[in-house]
Design a protein around this ligand. Structure first.
Ligand code: NVA
Length: 461
């Protein structure tokens, strides 16, 4: 997930590269160092033996290493706009996009974004790469991918073979956790008792006796009058929904406490979404760890993260355990009804220097001020209303990429924020990526740091 998102663009993966780099660096920098020495100067090289212990961490030898967002950028991956496709209009997309674009998703979901627009985005990103190279940064590009090719998850594919090796109840629970039941996906099958009705909406669970093909069969027969919603529960033995989730009145449901519903996210309108966010409810639940690197932002040994539509507390905890004790993860939050990706909300651009979005105030801002940080409020973005931003807000204007402490890559059209940087003594490197913005990202989103020259330090004492 991390790798895919970081290379695709429209999402930030620098943190992923950093973390992978830090982990890989710990494991292999010793041999990288020795291998380099042994090939670059054979006379001086020490012979390597298989049992020689490798104990020292020498970060400067690791090809992937970035400790923060502002050390001098040496190498970067820039994503690709080629073949960009409109995601199908699922609840996840509904949870993360603006209402004015919902008809666009309904019409074009699964197809490519408008071809002319993508073509312009591709040239803008190429120009951005040229300018980065001109500024002395090595640029890497991923191979273009055909995003229209469908992929399948284990839940939705079937070999048609018997894949249900059950001997004990424990086997059954283990198989259910993997989404495997005694009914395969070989042919449609369902039991009416796995469906429960509320007028034009019908809810169904995949169970021991109802499979996805059966649900699909039902969906086609009942469309367009009825809508079938697949829901699931923490239940190792699902069979018949009505002792698990019993709808007993208009908007009134008995929900079995032993079998919590995983889809506790009844969103129809933006207002629903905002209400749910205020209650701390997001499209991602806490049933398994999940996180998006773009919800984390680094300042040396301190990493800041938000619980968002795409990063849950379990994911943050997973990250915390993997990075302790060297790194400290701080959960911060914002007055933001639609949190997704921290870098257009709270963008750390220097040691103790942060851009804080005035529309999404940080609830813990005093903590930063007490630590002596300078909190800068960026000016309102200048993107015109008629320019499509299918996947983000206009605040991509503050989604900038620091080339070092004194150089920032910023949009050529965003003259107000350029002035702000200049007043901070930061030189602006201007590139226009307006069409690339439409696909969901600014400079920080489109890039993944491979290497920044610097050392690991603490900036938050
Ligand atoms: N989802 C956020 C961040 C995008 C980088 C926004 O739209 O502002």
């Amino acid at each position: 997930m991390l790798r895919v998102r970081c290379l695709r663009g429209g999402s930030r993966g620098a943190e992923a590269a950093h973390l992978i780099g830090a982990m890989v660096g710990r494991a292999v920098s010793g041999w990288v160092s020795r291998a380099v020495r042994s090939t670059s100067s054979s006379a001086a090289a020490l012979p390597l033996t298989a049992d020689e212990p490798v104990t020292e961490h020498t970060p400067e030898d690791c090809p992937v290493c970035a400790h923060n967002e502002w050390d001098p950028l040496e190498e970067v991956i820039v994503g690709r706009a080629e073949n960009a496709c409109v995601p199908p209009f699922t609840v996840e997309v509904k949870a993360n996009t603006y209402e004015k674009y919902w008809p666009f998703y309904q019409q074009f979901g699964g197809q490519t974004f408008p071809k002319d627009h993508v073509k312009k985005a591709v040239s803008e990103i190429e120009e951005m790469c040229n300018i980065l190279q001109h500024e002395g940064v090595t640029v890497r590009r991923p191979e273009p991918i055909d995003w229209s090719v469908e992929y399948k998850t284990p839940d939705f594919t079937s070999t048609g073979e018997s894949d249900y090796p059950i001997r004990t109840v424990e086997d059954r629970h283990k198989l259910a956790a993997q989404g495997k039941f005694v009914t395969t996906e070989y042919e449609p099958c369902f039991d009416a008792a796995d469906f429960i009705r509320a007028g034009t909406d019908i809810f169904v669970q995949r169970s021991q006796v109802t499979n996805f093909m059966g649900i699909e069969w039902m969906r086609r027969h009942l469309a367009p009058t009825y809508k079938i919603h697949i829901i699931s529960f923490k239940d190792p033995n699902p069979m018949h929904i009505d002792a698990t989730f019993n709808i007993i009145g208009p908007g009134l449901v008995l929900s079995n406490p032993d079998r919590p519903c995983r889809q506790d996210y009844p969103i129809r309108t933006v207002e629903d979404r905002h209400k749910l966010a205020a209650q701390g409810k997001f499209v991602t639940t806490e049933s398994e760890p999940c996180f998006d690197a773009a919800d984390f932002i680094r300042a040396g040994t301190d990493i800041f993260v938000q619980r968002s539509q795409v990063t849950n507390f379990m994911g943050i905890e997973w990250m915390r355990r993997h990075l302790a004790p060297t790194y400290k993860i701080h959960i911060i939050s914002f007055k933001d009804p639609n949190p997704m990706h921290i870098d257009a909300t709270f963008n750390i651009i220097g040691p103790g220097l942060v851009l804080s979005n005035p529309d999404r105030p940080c609830r813990q801002i005093e903590m930063f001020k007490k630590a002596g940080w300078t909190v800068v409020t960026p000016p309102a973005p200048l993107i015109p209303d008629n320019h499509p931003l299918w996947m983000s807000s206009k605040w991509l204007s503050m989604n900038v990429l620091m080339l070092d402490e004194k150089r920032v890559m910023v949009d050529a059209n965003e003259t107000n924020i350029q002035k702000m940087f200049e007043s901070l003594g930061i030189q602006t490197i201007r590139v226009s990526i307006r069409h690339a913005n439409s696909l969901g990202g600014g400079f920080h989103c489109w890039t993944t740091d491979v290497r920044r020259r610097g050392t690991l330090q603490s900036y938050f004492l």
